[in-house]
Structure formats: C-alpha cells, structure tokens
Design a protein around this ligand. Structure first.
Ligand code: URP
Ligand code: ZN
Ligand code: ZN
Length: 466
C-alpha cells in the first residue's frame, strides 16, 4: 500500500484551519498530524507532496451533474469520462449525477442504464440521484429498493410539462414515499404550466431570440413553485432540497421556511452568482450559450444569493453541469428559443469560482469548503467519507494554490464543449495536485488519472436534517 505525506500546507476544512501534515495510507486518510509527528512517515519512505504555500482541502463534491443526459432532443456533450476528468482538473473528486427516468421506464432499469454509462469511465468517485419523470404505483414501489442501493434522493420537476413534469398530486405521493424511506426529495421549482403559456405567447408574437427564454420564466414563477414545493413537503412530512435557485424571490421563500425551522435547503450554482441575464441578449444567436433553467437573472439578484450563502438559507453550491455544444446542439433552437437545449457547462470551475468569492470577500474560506465539499457530502449521505479530512475519510485531497491566477477559457478548459460561459474571466486560485482515493489524478498541470479509477459510492440517507 502506498503511503503519502502531504507536507507543509494549511489544512483547511469546513470547521478548522491548521498547519499540519496529512498522512495517507492507501486510499484513506490515516492522520492529520503535527509536522514533527509526520516526520517519522517521511523517514519511513512515504511519497512526499510538498504543499508549502498552499491549502490542503477535501476534494470538491459536486452534487448536481448531468453527464451524457438525453435532454431537449439531444444528449449532454460530456460523458462520464470527459466530465469526470474535467471535474478532477478543477479539484472536484466526487460527482452525484442524475439518472433520468424516461416516461414509461422503471426506476430500476433507469439506474441500471446509468451504471452502464458510468462503469469503467470515471476518473473520480461518483454516486447517483434519480430523476422521477413518471410517478405511479410501480415506480413508487421501486423507491425503497433504490434507497437500499444508495440512491437516497429523488428529483422531481414542476417544469417541462409533457416530459419531466409531475403534477402536485404526483409530487405529493413521491414526497410521502421519500418521508417513509428517509430519502430527500429534490425539486426543480418553476411553474412549468404557466411558463408554457408565456412561451407560446412569446413565440406567437415572434419573440424567438434566446433572451426570451428568461422573460418567459419570471422570478415570481420560480418563487411560487418554491413556496408550493415547501407546502407539499410539509404536508408529506418530508425534507426538501431545492436545486439551482436563481431568483431573489425564491431565496425569500427558503428563508421564510427555514425561519419556521423547516428542513428546507437551497442550492445555487456559480452561473447564477457570476453571470447575469444580460448575456442572453448578446447579438446574433450568442445568447443561446447562456440558456439554462432556472434562467440566469438580472445581476441585481446576485446580492441575495451571496447573502443566502452567508446566512445558510442557501446551503450548497453545485454546478448543474449539463453542457451542449454551441455549434451543433444549441444551434437547433435558432428561430425558436424553446428548442434550445437547456443547460451550461460548469463542473471544472466551481472550486475556483468559489475561491474567487473568498478573494472578493463574499464568503470566508472555511465557508468555501462547507458549501463546495462538506455540506453536499453531508446532505447526500457521503460524509465523512467525502468532504472531510478525518482519519478514515477517503483520501480525496486537493493541494490548492490560493495565489495562482489564471484565465478561464474554452481554449484551455477540459470539458467537452466548444465555449465557456466564463470566457476571459480571471480567477485567483487553482488546484495544483488532486488526489482521488490516494491516487494522484492531477499533478502540476499534468493529468495522471485514468477512466475506471472512480468508483460508485452508495450513499446513506441525508445527514443534514435540522
Ligand atoms: O438548464 C438546466 N438546468 N438543465 C439541466 C436540467 C435541470 O433541470 O437541471
Ligand atoms: Zn432542474
Ligand atoms: Zn440539473
């Protein structure tokens, strides 16, 4: 078994920052020790990684990705191989991806399909949530079995009627089953029925450009759906995790619920924190690059998101990584924004963008680790195997240089997509060395990982209830 000693860095977790050395034995952390104690390991022949001037942090946990997901008439351009490699480059060492049920399919076969896509492909560890598109007696009956297999969260959609949408009755039934099994319901909270009316009206009035995607998905229809999802979860006796929150008014609904002491949690994503909806009005068809749902909002919503991240009314930052190439995938919606596949790339840059938020003074550095590593791991039943640096935790460790500056660009990124929503954005901080279960997968600008190293991780039930 290889022993590794990460020496000389500032060990930074969600709760502590301390000058210490990290000892790794095989795939696990053996100890976080004072340098004089660790010295014996160095003498014993452990491989040394010098972290002088760097942070030593738990690998990032991205709880919201869509690798190879069929969506909007096409398939997300990153598969598990390219997507997890890009994640590793950016210091993320675990993804939780969404296995997406098709109407008529069972949950079991859906999960089997996603295992087949991911098996042997991943550079880093992975787990699954399940998207329920077809809530019925049969699929409700399958939920407890999936929970036993480590799929302990189920995403429901209030948007996309005719595809992923569930009506309130179906949502309530799925939430009741979540409550009974200890699973966590996740909600895409937008009023899809009302949105579809606005979309049809916009198209009829020849408002077909990408920017009308946002104006037909107003903030109030996000907030209304968040409120309704909370009410349904209360009736079901279930907790609730609202994904990709983008609107100020939606954060207000979460705040109200949390002030009542409810087990309601919100996630936002870097695109909502760093990119405003002005980008969707770029000339020509360029705005399509910025199309996702919930949509990007005017930049004046960002203050409320940052505040929510500080007050914990927003508890997690994930990416909702769901990339589509501009040239041949987004293009299919030219002349009709409703046909543009919804989704943005992001899995590679989340850790750096959130570190930039530390540099900019939006959050502190332990909060960075809490939002990007510890809480997603805890929320989704992976803690303390992931998201922490305890003895016994998986040795998913990043040596992070907080002073290295670099520019984000489609020319240099590793995701399989032909543009970047962060093109030209300069950030301070970069993952220098990345270990996944003790194996160095990125080392000073060189990728040393391999498909198949990443393993499926069964998750426990939610470990973050109030
Ligand atoms: O635009 C998005 N968010 N695409 C991915 C699917 C989803 O709703 O998360
Ligand atoms: Zn969604
Ligand atoms: Zn998503």
């Amino acid at each position: 078994m290889t022993q590794t000693l990460i020496r000389g860095g500032l060990v930074l977790t969600a709760s502590e920052e301390t000058r210490a050395d990290v000892l790794i034995d095989g795939e696990r952390i053996a100890a976080v020790a004072a340098p004089e104690v660790a010295e014996a390991w160095a003498r014993g022949g452990a491989r040394i990684i010098d972290a002088t001037g760097c942070y030593v942090i738990p690998g990032g946990v991205d709880a919201h990705t869509h690798m190879e997901m069929p969506f909007g008439g096409t398939v997300a351009s990153d598969g598990f191989e390219t997507g997890t490699r890009a994640a590793a480059w950016g210091g993320t060492t675990t993804i939780i991806d969404f296995a997406a049920q098709k109407i008529g399919a069972g949950l079991r076969e859906t999960l089997d399909d996603w295992h087949a896509k991911a098996e042997g492909q991943c550079a880093i560890d992975y787990a699954f949530h399940l998207i329920m598109a077809d809530v019925n007696d049969r699929t409700l009956g399958e939920m407890p079995g999936l929970v036993d297999e480590g799929v302990t969260s189920f995403k429901l959609f209030m948007a996309y009627p005719g595809a992923l949408y569930s009506d309130d009755g179906r949502i309530l039934r799925a939430m009741q089953r979540c409550a009974a099994t200890g699973a966590l319901p996740m909600m895409h909270a937008e009023n899809g029925i009302a949105i579809d009316v606005l979309v049809q009206q916009a198209l009829a009035a020849r408002r077909t450009d990408p920017r009308f995607h946002g104006s037909t998905r107003p903030a109030l229809l996000e907030a209304e759906a968040v409120y309704r999802a909370i009410a349904l979860a209360r009736v079901a006796g279930a907790p609730l995790y609202v994904v990709h929150v983008s609107a100020l008014e939606a954060v207000e609904e979460l705040t109200r619920a949390r002030d009542l002491g409810l087990n309601v949690f919100g996630e936002t994503c870097p695109q909502y924190l760093f990119v405003g909806s002005d980008e969707t009005a770029r000339p020509g068809f360029e705005g399509a690059k910025y199309m996702c749902s919930t949509p990007l909002r005017p930049a004046d919503h960002q203050g409320a998101l940052w505040r929510g991240l500080r007050t914990n009314d927003l508890s997690v930052v994930s990416t909702d990584h769901c990339p589509f190439c501009f040239a041949d995938q987004k293009e299919s919606g030219r002349g009709d924004f409703s046909r543009i596949p919804d989704g943005l790339p992001g899995v590679e840059h989340r850790m750096d963008l959130l570190h930039q938020a530390v540099v900019d003074g939006h959050i502190g550095r332990r909060r960075w680790i809490e939002l990007a590593c510890a809480t997603p791991a805890r929320m989704f039943g992976l803690y303390p195997r992931k998201g922490a640096l305890f003895p016994g935790s998986d040795a998913d460790v990043v040596v992070y240089d907080p002073n290295e500056t670099h520019e984000l660009s489609a020319i240099t990124h590793h995701v399989n997509v032909d543009y970047s929503v962060y093109e030209g954005c300069k950030v301070t901080g970069r993952a220098r060395t990345v270990l996944s279960r003790g194996r160095v997968v990125v080392d000073e600008g060189v990728y040393t990982g391999a498909p198949g190293h990443g393993r499926y991780r069964r998750r426990d039930t939610c470990g973050y209830l109030l």
